[in-house]
Design a binder for this molecule. Structure first.
Ligand code: NAD
Length: 486
């Protein structure tokens, strides 16, 4: 295959080059050019949307449940057969530490496709409400759930397989057709999906279209096109606002998974050392590039200095590492642009009166690649911008609290509401605090909420709707009531 078309688009069932040529994808750990991806233009996107519309309107895809379940299992099995290649690709293109590819960066979302296939078979697609006589007219009523139609799926680069598959799985299970527009930083992770769909599944032409492009405008095109029924978007809150505004023109349904600045609350009866070490580890995994990562650590005020020492000590020990290495927790950030954005926040933190208990810049001895040291900022109030805004890097902020009520107040004093964590000795008390957080997910004492059957999403400006679980599947359905006169 020529270098200009290392990986192709999936358009209407065929793997084809983009009419815009090709663009490079690079390894963020080394800056090595991995190769090129097809660069789609607005004309390619137009074809993709047309194909998805036709496949929805003119095939039995949306009504043949057993066929869809079979196709989803084929997709899972096809991806599993290429697991080694995909693992290496994910490490090299995303900079994801290898250990994460055995979970949310690869294996878990691939397995989750099987859960959605099972749901197609077990879901109650039609419910019988029985007879009634509204306004004296005897009627038999039924409520049906049907596919929403053509789904425009727009995704970011940080967990590409998880997010691409957490959209494709439920959208396809529900009977929709899809146009997937991945982030320009990780086109290969999406292009491989197109290859597996074309080569190893019976998914009909047009049901899934994968449109890689260097042009963010193609995402916006999906939000405007009247042939698209629903936009499923994951990305920043700023872009989410644009998506919602643009989709209003054709009154599309929008489903938004956005940013976060989640709190990790350490209660005064917690094992401070264990809790702060865990907060440090989970806060800088994948260089902090996770929307649900808990980046504000709230500790009892009287133990602030001790907590700073423990957290900074753990972060310094973790350091950064080659993502190919099994032991690496914190790899590179995705791009020079992202590194610059993070460095801007580090400068801002100092201007706002904060100090670095560890880190605060680029690590020594890494001349190639995009790296930021695991960093702990102390001395900032929750009102400071560096403490409130999403940084999306390996940067944690340590904040004091004055007991459970105050911890809940500080945690909830945020425009975001995506996730959170509570650590405490008395689990009932920790659970009570968890219930008071205005967020879509909460982990108590290290509990893991990530799973196909658990809904994930945000309160407030972290999003609208839920991904995963039955709730996530139902985002992709319409509801129809049918009444028969008797
Ligand atoms: P981004 O918002 O810059 O881009 C996301 C996607 O939107 C990309 O595919 C991009 O090409 C596309 N896009 C850009 N402008 C658009 C427009 N006007 N209309 C439609 N699409 C457009 O986000 P990013 O930098 O790729 O990812 C990081 C962000 O994603 C962080 O804020 C993070 O919190 C968020 N995120 C959220 C979740 C979640 O589930 N809540 C998960 C992962 C990442």
């Amino acid at each position: 295959m020529s270098r200009t078309t290392d990986r192709l688009l999936l358009l209407d069932g065929r793997l084809v080059p983009g009419t815009g040529g090709a663009f490079e994808t690079i390894n963020p750990a080394t800056e090595e050019v991995l190769g090129t991806a097809a660069d789609a233009t607005a004309a390619d996107m137009d074809r993709a949307i047309g194909a998805a519309r036709r496949a929805f309107d003119e095939t039995a895809w949306s009504t043949d449940h057993a066929f869809r379940a079979r196709c989803l299992n084929q997709l899972r099995d096809g991806l599993k057969r290429r697991a080694d290649e995909l693992r290496d690709l994910t490490i090299r293109e995303v900079g994801a530490p290898r250990f994460l590819t055995f979970g949310a960066q690869l294996d878990a979302p691939v397995d989750d496709l099987g859960w959605f296939a099972g749901l197609v078979e077990s879901y109650e697609w039609e419910r019988d409400l029985g007879r009634a006589e509204p306004m004296g007219m005897a009627s038999h009523r039924r409520v049906r759930r049907e596919a929403a139609g053509v789904v425009g799926a727009v995704t970011p680069w940080n967990f590409p397989h998880q997010i691409n598959l957490a959209k494709l799985g439920p959208a396809l299970a529900a009977g929709n057709t899809v146009v997937l527009k991945p982030a320009p930083d990780t086109p290969w992770c999406a292009a491989v999906l197109g290859e597996v769909i074309a080569e190893e599944t019976d998914i009909p032409a047009g049901v899934v279209n994968v449109v890689t492009s260097s042009d963010h405008g193609l995402g916006a095109q999906l939000t405007r096109d009247p042939r698209v029924d629903l936009v499923s978007f994951t990305g920043s809150t700023a872009t989410g606002r644009e998506v919602m505004a643009s989709a209003a023109g054709t009154l599309k349904r929008v489903f938004l998974e956005l940013g976060g600045k989640s709190a990790f609350i350490v209660l005064d009866d917690a094992d401070l050392r264990a809790a702060c070490s865990y907060a440090a580890f989970s806060g800088v995994a994948h260089a902090g590039q996770g929307c649900a990562i808990t980046t504000r650590i709230l500790v009892p005020r009287e133990r602030y200095a001790e907590a700073a020492e423990i957290t900074a000590g753990t972060l310094a020990k973790l350091g950064v590492g080659d993502p190919q290495d099994d032991r690496t927790i914190c790899g590179p950030v995705i791009s020079a642009k992202q590194r610059e954005r993070i460095e801007g926040y580090l400068e801002l933190a100092v201007e706002e009166g904060g100090a670095f208990a560890c880190g605060g810049g680029r690590p020594e001895g890494r001349d190639k690649g995009f790296w930021i040291e695991p960093t702990l900022i102390t001395g900032l109030p929750n009102e400071a911008r560096a403490a409130r805004e999403e940084i999306f890097g390996p940067v944690l902020v340590l904040l004091p609290h004055d007991g459970d009520d105050d911890a809940v107040r500080v945690a909830n004093d945020s425009p975001y509401g995506l996730s959170g964590a509570v650590h405490g000795g008395d689990v009932e008390r920790a659970r009570t605090v968890a219930r008071r957080l205005r967020t879509g997910t909460v982990s108590v004492n290290g509990g893991v909420w990530y799973s196909a059957d658990v809904p994930f999403g945000g309160y407030k400006q972290s999003g609208i709707g839920r991904e995963m679980g039955v709730a996530g599947f139902e985002e992709y359905l319409e509801t129809k009531a049918i009444a028969e006169g008797l």
